[in-house]
Design a protein around this ligand. Structure first.
Ligand code: NAI
Length: 794
């Protein structure tokens, strides 16, 4: 046998990582762990424990405390008590704690990597070379942000006490993604690890002790979903950050709707992995290994849907099968293992069930001939080809080492298939043609696009989803913003419930000083005036009770038409920022020309003084957003790989807007303009108090070259129209200004497609104060960041 032949046939010998240190750590704790609350280790209130298992052999590793509502309450109290001091520490002092945590993670990296592997089942190669180094990187990066906080985010405050709930697929890394930004910005934390993988979070609690972190700043409460639920429902928590299944994310959205808890959700995905015929196919196949077989495919951004250009499909499938045959599956502590164990029996059952369903749906299943270890939870790498786009395995997250393959012919078809999902977490595009790759990247609705690479992460690059993959970002500057609020907003007074949308308009004695302007306006849909479907209208009265005119009573059908028009007008998003700016400037110019006429009409409702102020400030506000249109741009990150990551501020899509009642013109424009400036299309419900403003507005937009459908105006009872907008599956975001009840209902009704909801939380926004009523804060909520990773070098 030649050396070359020997080389090919040579088998790997076992190369097990030494588990002694981790075993010693478990033994030192008597293989039993309590809760870390207020800097001490406490027995759980109900004295209950659950087992955490080693999925590679099914054996028990330790007993872990099952925290209940009383434990969560104790942890939240500790976090609340620690908050004032932690918040007011100097940024430098907080930076040093984070830096110390980063150093300690590095110092104990071997223990942490082995613990992660025995608790989760992931190959030691991954926990050692990917998870733990990224954990340290996250703390270093955020130590830097803590240091720079006051310079970069003046006038911001932390949210307060944050509740964080994490999954089992990247236990310590998800902890780092959550805790590092929270601490850097001055919040205190209660974190609930996943029940399958609590060990590294407990080891991290010890690092907090070692770093001398003040008691109560970080609290770790282990337990199952009920523990998570108690944290979500605790009234003294200011923010919930969740990573996990879309189903639980939806439940959390519903559960927090009536509170003012801020919410960020990082949920599931069904990410497309697109390979064009001109791609470096061997490179792409290696990418797939990292895309779908990394961490046994239990990755929210796994490239689980392979979209191959038809011309290369056969050749590619052959290459993939050849590569799959050389993947090594076995005990995860072996350093030469590619695929370790599935986290738990229930997850293994779920994978088996879904693959069987895929085959029943007509898919062809191929698996290499591998011998799985006799004990533990293992599943072989699996390729499903001939998958129909509607099949369960093409639509639902399997969360296992299973690739579902489909073909496409043209780039356009590739984009259509890629976006044919309710999710939008990540995607990969493989092509040697940079023009095609970037054009496709721009069209994919996902928070991350990896061009000719896959599953790269860095603390400097925000990560998070579009659509039902959730909202909010983790990492980067945008990730920090999830943990802070403008100072003024935290202190803003409550909007009195009397101002609630739909409040009856007082009919007082007619006021002789305001002239009667009897007029009737229409709805404005798709760039045209439209009669309401109902045929009904509502009377509009002056402050003195005089009849001013009639506005249509829009209904569900009108909203649906308006949403359809807004969706069709998405070309607005593709207009250049310069063009959008020009249109907005033109609007401002036209409003200035009609200043006295509009102010005169408005004065009947808000008085002469406010009317004049509203119109003048409105001109300014439109000018501001025209100015922002080509300046609210993204960033280019330099992660520590040979890549650049282009962070683009993209519009969210179709926005439904419920406008303030009290400043009919200025309030409307303050919400609609930032959305339009960055390319969203809008369906707006104007002030119920003075819906006649719609007439002035559509004349304004008609004469300013705004494309038809970019802005649609539906007058009527705001609470009814809000319901239709919030429940509409083709609306991507709701902006709702109203009292507490109204904004709570906006959140509760929008759980269906998990649309992003931004509200005033029932607080007053002073539209007449440009320092609070315009600018970045609005634009940040009108956009979502997409990171496009592009490698360089040979
Ligand atoms: P899960 O969403 O139930 O669990 C994630 C975390 O949420 C855990 O800490 C859990 O204890 C907690 N939790 C569960 N119910 C809760 C509730 N009502 N309120 C508050 N917290 C709650 O995910 P699970 O059951 O572990 O996995 C099921 C499927 O979810 C997987 O097969 C996979 O498809 C998906 N998944 C997605 C993840 C992602 O990163 N996108 C992570 C984990 C699971």
């Amino acid at each position: 046998m030649s050396i070359a032949e020997k080389f090919i046939s040579m088998e790997y010998g076992p190369a097990p990582e030494d588990p002694k240190e981790a075993a010693g750590w478990l033994e030192r704790h008597g293989r039993r762990f309590n809760l870390f609350i207020d800097g001490t280790w406490r027995d759980p209130a109900a004295a209950e424990y659950f087992d955490t298992l080693d999925p590679s052999n099914g054996e028990k590793l330790a007993s872990v405390a099952q925290g209940n509502a009383a434990d969560i309450d104790a942890a939240v109290r500790a976090a609340r008590a620690a908050y004032p001091k932690w918040r007011t520490l100097t940024p430098h002092a907080r930076a040093r704690y984070l830096y110390a945590l980063a150093r300690l993670v590095q110092k104990h990296s071997r223990l942490l990597a082995v613990l992660e592997t025995i608790d989760n089942g992931k190959p030691i190669r991954e926990s050692r070379d990917i998870d733990i180094p990224l954990v340290a990187r996250h703390f270093y990066y955020h130590a830097g942000w803590a240091q720079l906080l006051n310079q970069e985010f003046p006038d911001h405050e932390p949210c307060g006490v944050v509740g964080q709930i994490i999954p089992w697929n990247f236990p310590l890394l998800m902890l780092a993604w959550k805790i590092a930004p929270a601490l850097a910005t001055g919040n205190t934390v209660v974190l609930k690890p996943a029940e399958f993988t609590p060990l590294t979070a407990l080891a991290f609690a010890e690092l907090c002790e070692e770093a001398g972190l003040p008691a109560g700043v970080v609290n770790i409460v282990t337990g199952d979903g009920t523990t998570g639920e108690a944290l979500v429902n605790h009234p003294d928590v200011n923010k919930i950050a969740f990573t996990g299944s879309t189903e639980v994310g939806r439940a959390i959205r519903g559960a927090t709707a009536a509170s003012h808890k801020r919410l960020s959700l990082e949920l599931g995905g069904k990410s497309p992995f697109i390979i064009f015929e001109d791609a470096d196919l061997d490179g792409a196949v290696e990418g797939l290994v990292d895309g779908i077989w990394f961490n046994q495919g239990q990755v929210c951004c796994a490239g689980s849907r392979l979209l191959m250009q038809e011309s290369i499909a056969e050749k590619l499938l052959f290459k993939i099968q050849a590569r799959m045959s050389s993947l090594r599956i076995g005990p995860p502590l072996d350093k030469a293992i590619d695929i370790g164990a599935i986290v738990a029996r229930v997850q293994l059952d779920r994978i088996q069930r879904m693959v069987a369903q895929g085959i029943a749906d007509g898919a062809t299943c191929w698996q290499p001939e591998v011998v799985l270890p006799a004990r533990g939870f293992y599943y072989p790498p699996t390729l499903l080809s001939n998958v129909q786009p509607t099949s369960i395995v093409a639509q639902q997250e399997i969360f296992g080492p299973v690739l579902a393959a489909m073909t496409f012919r043209t780039p356009r078809e590739a984009v259509e298939l890629a976006n044919n999902t309710v999710y939008g977490l990540a995607s990969c595009v493989w092509s040697e043609n940079i023009n095609v790759a970037l054009q496709v990247a721009a069209q994919i609705k996902a928070g991350v696009v990896w061009v000719n690479c896959t599953n790269l992460f860095d603390a400097a690059c925000g990560f998070g989803g579009y659509r039902e993959s959730g909202y909010g970002r983790e990492g980067g500057k945008e990730g920090l913003l999830e943990y802070m609020e403008p100072q003024w907003f935290k202190q803003a007074p409550k909007l009195p419930a009397a101002n609630a949308i739909s409040a009856p308009h007082a009919k007082e004695t007619p006021d002789a000083s305001t002239p009667a302007i009897d007029r009737t306006v229409k709805l404005y849909i798709g760039g045209k005036q439209a009669r309401p479907d109902s045929g009904y209208s509502m009377e509009v009265h002056s402050a003195g009770g005089q009849l001013l005119g009639e506005a249509p009573l829009g209904n569900r059908k009108d909203i649906r038409n308006a949403v359809e028009a807004a969706r069709k007008a998405e070309g607005w998003a593709k207009a250049t920022a310069h063009n959008r700016a020009q249109v907005l400037y033109y609007c401002a110019e036209n409003l200035a020309l009609r200043r006295s006429e509009i102010a005169n009409r408005l004065s009947a409702v808000v008085g002469v003084e406010q009317a004049a102020k509203e119109v003048d400030l409105s001109v300014e506000r439109i000018f501001s957003y025209a100015a922002w249109a080509d300046k609210f741009d993204g960033a280019v990150h330099s992660p520590p790989f040979r890549n650049i990551a282009i962070a683009m501020n993209e519009p969210i899509g179709v926005a439904g807007v419920i406008c303030p009642t009290d400043a009919p013109l200025l309030g409307f424009l303050s919400l609609v303009m930032p959305l339009l400036a960055v390319g969203n299309t809008v369906v707006a419900v104007p002030s119920e108090k003075y819906p006649l403003i719609a007439g002035d507005l559509y004349q304004l937009f008609d004469t300013s070259d705004l494309p038809g459908g970019a802005l649609n105006i539906v007058t009527g009872y705001a609470s009814q129209l809000l319901k239709t907008l919030a429940e509409h599956d083709d609306v991507d975001t709701i902006w709702c200004y109203g009292d507490e009840t109204t904004v709570a209902s906006a959140k509760a009704m929008s759980t269906g497609n998990l649309k992003q909801v931004w509200t005033n939380e029932g607080r007053v926004i002073d539209w007449f104060d440009p320092k609070v009523a315009e600018g970045r804060w609005f634009l940040e909520h009108a956009t979502q960041v997409k990171n496009i990773w592009v490698p360089y070098g040979e």
